[in-house]
Design a protein around this ligand. Structure first.
Ligand code: AMP
Length: 275
């Protein structure tokens, strides 16, 4: 695997490598990331990963500073997964001047759910992904459904700007007990880690209920929030939404997804399940 820290070196190395499949990450790689890398292999000739903890998508007071940076073991994992190139710039390389030109996703996508709790988050995500696309110039890119709203924002961005990149979803990879893998799981104490799979369990219960024809979505959401609160979580939301645009469904809609974000101690976890 070739490791590049500059835009120029990355562009030079990728000038003539066939169909490029790109997997952007913030590092601290786990099996969810690695599953995306392996999936990428099936979609092209050259798999390119990036590792960059993107300040633009964090709000003041969030975990930008403490976000785990583990470049050496990450490189080892990427090598084992058969990744061909890694782009791992520092901030000075990607943002040599403050980034004034940004991608502003539409409010109906960016100001709901994660975007409501984390204003500006999707502007930061869309802006860095646009910039990474311009460096790597892939023909395809993979994003995990673990970050369901992010997937929607980025695939809509690509479509509306007519960017010639195929956007491919990756299924959420979970621990044996159901907890969705996340770099942030590393913040959990042993006790919190034991509690954490209940987020998945509560979402599974919502999915089962909808499959059994419950249509009182608001009540279902409130029950899920109450259950999490009772277990000591501080939920930001549990929301049943339409898969394609993440807007609220009416009782006869199908194609739903339930999304949740909740804090356990000082760790904020997100998860979702398609119905
Ligand atoms: P991150 O490093 O958190 O920015 O994630 C990089 C990519 O990996 C994103 O496309 C995420 O959606 C994806 N990802 C993160 N966790 C998982 C998981 N548990 N399963 C599948 N994909 C994931």
């Amino acid at each position: 695997m070739q490791i590049h820290h500059t835009i120029a070196a990355t562009r030079a190395a990728l000038a003539d490598v066939g169909r490029i499949v790109f997997v952007p990450t913030m590092g601290n790689l786990h099996d969810g990331h690695i599953a995306l890398m392996r999936q990428a292999r099936a979609h092209g000739d050259c798999v390119v990963a990036s590792i960059f903890v993107n300040r633009l998508q964090f709000r003041p007071g969030e975990d930008f500073e403490k976000y785990p940076r583990t470049l050496e073991p990450d490189c080892e994992r990427l090598r084992t997964a058969g990744v061909d190139h890694l782009f791992a710039p520092d901030e000075q390389e990607l943002y040599p001047v403050p980034q004034r030109y940004v991608i502003e996703p539409p409010a109906e996508h960016a100001n709901i759910l994660e975007g409501e709790i984390r204003p500006g988050h999707f502007r930061g995500v869309a802006t860095v992904v646009m910039k990474l696309f311009s460096v790597v110039q892939p023909q395809a890119a993979l994003f995990g459904k673990k970050d369901y709203q992010q997937f929607m924002v980025l695939s809509d961005m690509v479509r509306e700007f007519s960017i010639p990149i195929e956007v491919i979803p990756g299924e959420t990879v979970r621990a044996d007990d159901g907890l969705a893998l996340s770099s942030r799981n590393g913040y959990l104490s042993a006790q919190e880690r034991a509690e954490a799979p209940n987020l998945f369990r509560v979402l599974s219960h919502v999915v089962d209920s909808v499959r059994k024809r419950r249509r009182d979505f608001a009540a279902l959401e409130q029950e899920a929030v109450a259950e999490l609160r009772g277990r000591g979580w501080v939920p930001d939301y549990v929301a049943l939404r339409k898969k394609d645009d993440l807007q609220s469904p009416s009782a006869h809609d199908s194609g739903l997804v339930v999304l949740a974000a909740a804090r356990l101690g000082s760790t904020r976890l997100i998860d979702n399940l398609e119905v």
